[in-house]
Ligand binder design. Structure first.
Ligand SMILES: Cc1cc2nc3c(=O)[nH]c(=O)nc-3n(C[C@H](O)[C@H](O)[C@H](O)COP(=O)(O)OP(=O)(O)OC[C@H]3O[C@@H](n4cnc5c(N)ncnc54)[C@H](O)[C@@H]3O)c2cc1C
Length: 238
């Protein structure tokens, strides 16, 4: 149920990549029912007047993992939420409301599915991807994931394993500024657009930085993709 106050305790945390940390929370009461792709509004402190400081975080775990909640965060140097998460100790309690949001799979859509993420924008897309791959449809599933450098990469083994088990999934990991040799280099939007003519009735799910989302959406719309029926977005920041 939305806007109910939930409590959870930090069970573990694990650095995944440069400035990127996975947090696992144990969550019991009240039970959190959500769709893959939704987010929570977390209390990360309070302002000078005592009002709650809130930040949104996508749920990176699947609904089937009952009692366990995974978040994947980019920890920024000076952010209010980042400072809160950086200081959390195992066993500490967090308070949040949710689930929220409409960035969820369109289950009535039988065509190809294209996920486009930058950075921690992969967080909601991971459970959405699992949901799509567990369904009986046979369409192609494409994941385009853009990061900056090699040290920003994570979940590579998990993705490779998912791709091996699901022949209809293809993953494209792009680095915009690789330090060494990397085959898929450059920004994420051009290869997404290049793929368009080969896709059958695709739905696009775009998540991450707002600039990528606006650019990708504009390019898709200018090529006849329908805004309402075929594009869903979740911008983490401008
Ligand atoms: C619906 C929704 C879901 C979100 N889910 C996630 C999630 O799963 N994981 C996650 O890491 N973040 C997520 N965010 C972003 C998150 O809510 C915070 O904005 C972010 O963590 C920064 O908060 P902060 O308090 O640390 O920094 P702030 O003090 O709020 O922000 C500092 C500055 O950093 C910029 N910024 C914010 N996020 C990033 C980023 N990832 N990389 C670079 N610059 C950034 C902002 O534009 C801002 O100017 C989500 C945002 C929304 C709206």
């Amino acid at each position: 149920m939305q806007n109910r106050i939930h409590h959870a305790r930090l069970q573990s945390r694990r650095p995944l990549a440069n400035q990127t940390v996975e947090y696992i929370f144990a969550h019991q009461e009240p039970e959190l029912t959500f769709r893959p792709g939704q987010f929570l509004s977390m209390r990360v402190g309070e302002d000078a007047d005592g009002n709650a400081a809130l930040r949104s975080y996508s749920i990176a775990s699947s609904p089937e993992q009952r009692g366990e909640l995974r978040l994947v965060l980019r920890i920024l140097e000076d952010g209010v939420g980042s400072r809160f998460f950086a200081s959390l100790q195992t066993g500490d309690e967090v308070t949040f409301t949710g689930p929220m949001g409409f960035f969820v799979n369109d289950l009535s859509h039988p065509g190809d599915v294209v996920y486009v993420a930058t950075g921690t924008g992969i967080a909601p897309i991971w459970p959405m991807l699992l949901e799509t791959l567990a369904r009986p449809e046979t369409g192609r599933v494409e994941l385009f994931w853009g990061l900056r450098h090699e040290e920003d990469l994570f979940w590579q083994a998990e993705l490779a394993s998912l791709t091996t088990k699901n022949p209809r999934l293809t993953t494209h990991i792009y680095l915009s500024q690789p330090r060494g040799f990397w085959r898929e280099r450059g920004r994420i939007v051009p290869p997404v657009i290049e793929q368009l003519p080969s896709l059958q009735r695709p739905t696009f799910y775009l998540c991450g930085n707002g600039q990528m989302i606006e650019e990708c959406k504009a390019a898709l719309l200018s090529r006849g993709v329908e805004r309402k029926r075929q594009i869903r977005t979740e911008a983490f920041f401008d």
